[in-house]
Ligand binder design. Structure first.
Ligand code: SAM
Length: 416
């Protein structure tokens, strides 16, 4: 009984979705604290929990998932650098760029933002980064700025080791970078509503997945209020399906999971396509030109829509299974191969899996181009993948092909 009450309290306090965190995890945390407090049973611990804010904080520390690392997902930070160079720096009367990282956990995310901005050519006085997290322990580690190798995945360490100094305790981030982030403790359930600032860019990654649906909606509404019109919101790879507001459009860059808020205050019913598929500067040729078998075209679109719907709901495994089934039935559908490639790109958790997923995605996009040589989306994906792999020559060859297609077609949206 006490465990049910404790779960309910956690849900009310931090918005925790009890379906996401298992009862055994909550039980383990509560038991650890019960023993630490010297109570003979959970009922007594529950009585303490109700009257002690400090004890509730201790329990929350054991429940939260502080997992994070520098340049996580990489692409949002590449996008940020491009955004600064191609949009922000070109603005005539630009104000200080305001950014928010929530939740910031142990600091790797906001520090990656700071490093990206410096690398994009901004001076420290040109930007401000606020970082919020509920965990005091994580914030203490963040302010200290000393990390182990676990905070670096893939090639992030080799590329940026010069920002760190090796000490006995680990790798210490240089003070000049640490000074660029303002850390504050805050619970998203209250802190966002109290925040009076306006941000150009918000990173809210890998939190929404742990929240109850109604809290998720509340947090997204609070973030919407904090984000300027035209501002950018980044979410986690498995959180794109959580976004159902009507004022955001995907920035449509693979792996970025970023959305731009509408410039206009008028609400428009824009359905967010959660899986990024094309470069933002080039519009897709009409879908009808991508299908190879016109006999089953309407059926094909309907089925692929179901796949996309599953993906938008964050059910990537189900979406992948359905898409594969679809391909068994229609093995010549270039659209389905493009979609499967996008699903492989979206469904990754760590850098090793990213590489494997990228390989599988590449095979899908190649297959789509084989089936439909003018498959615009597949070509764009292939160009971006090659760029990501450092194969600039390969990427340029594909871009030339896209440009040739565009000039043949006359206009972007017209198709052949
Ligand atoms: C998995 S980390 C995400 C860190 C970073 N954004 C990233 O994507 O790498 C989740 C963080 O959410 C924080 N958190 C959980 N519930 C919270 C709440 N109600 N308010 C603020 N932060 C919360 C936890 O303390 C934890 O540090």
């Amino acid at each position: 009984m006490a465990l049910v009450k404790i779960t309910k309290l956690l849900s009310q306090t931090i918005g925790l979705d009890a379906n996401v965190v298992s009862p055994s995890q909550i039980n383990r945390a509560a038991e650890t604290r019960r023993v630490a407090c010297n109570f003979p049973d959970l009922d007594r611990y529950w009585a303490r929990l109700q009257t002690s804010a400090t004890e509730l904080e201790e329990l929350i520390e054991l429940i939260i998932v502080p997992e994070t690392w520098f340049f996580r997902d990489r692409k949002p930070f590449d996008y940020l650098k491009n955004y600064v160079a191609s949009e922000y720096l070109l603005k005539p009367n630009r104000n200080t760029l305001q950014l928010l990282s929530v939740p910031s956990s142990t600091g790797e995310e906001p520090y990656s933002i700071a490093i990206s901005l410096l690398e994009a050519g901004l001076q420290p006085k040109q930007f401000n980064i606020d970082a919020i997290d509920i965990s005091q322990r994580s914030l203490t580690k963040a302010r200290r700025g000393i990390y182990s190798k676990n905070s670096f995945r893939g090639d992030a360490w080799q590329e940026r080791s010069y920002y760190f100094q090796q000490s006995e305790q680990g790798y210490e981030l240089s003070k000049s970078i640490r000074d660029l982030v303002n850390f504050q403790q805050g619970n998203v359930m209250t802190a966002l509503a109290l925040n009076q600032k306006q941000y150009d860019i918000i990173f809210c990654r890998n939190l929404l997945i742990y929240l109850k649906p109604e809290v998720c909606t509340q947090v997204l509404a609070a973030l919407d209020r904090l984000l300027v019109a035209g501002g950018i919101l980044f979410v986690g790879g498995s959180e794109t399906g959580k976004i159902v507001p009507d004022q955001y459009t995907s920035i449509r860059q693979p792996f970025t999971f970023g959305y731009r808020k509408s410039e206009s205050p008028i609400k428009q019913a824009v359905i967010i396509k959660s899986l990024p598929s094309i470069s933002p500067d080039i519009q897709p040729i009409k879908k009808t030109h991508l299908s190879t078998n016109s006999n089953h075209q309407s059926c094909e679109e309907l089925d692929l829509r179901s796949v996309r719907k599953l993906a938008d709901d964050g059910r990537l495994i189900d979406a992948t299974t359905l898409c594969k089934k679809y391909l068994e039935k229609y093995p010549t559908s270039a659209d389905a191969y493009v979609l499967l490639g996008e699903l492989y790109q979206a469904d990754h958790q760590n850098s090793q899996a990213v590489e494997k997923a990228a390989q599988k995605a590449e095979q899908c996009f190649q297959r789509a181009v084989y089936l439909e040589p003018n498959s615009y989306e597949a070509l764009i994906h292939l160009a971006l993948l090659k760029e990501h792999q450092g194969d600039t020559t390969g990427a340029n060859i594909i871009k030339q092909r896209i440009l040739a297609m565009r000039s043949r077609n006359g206009s972007l949206g017209g198709g052949t």
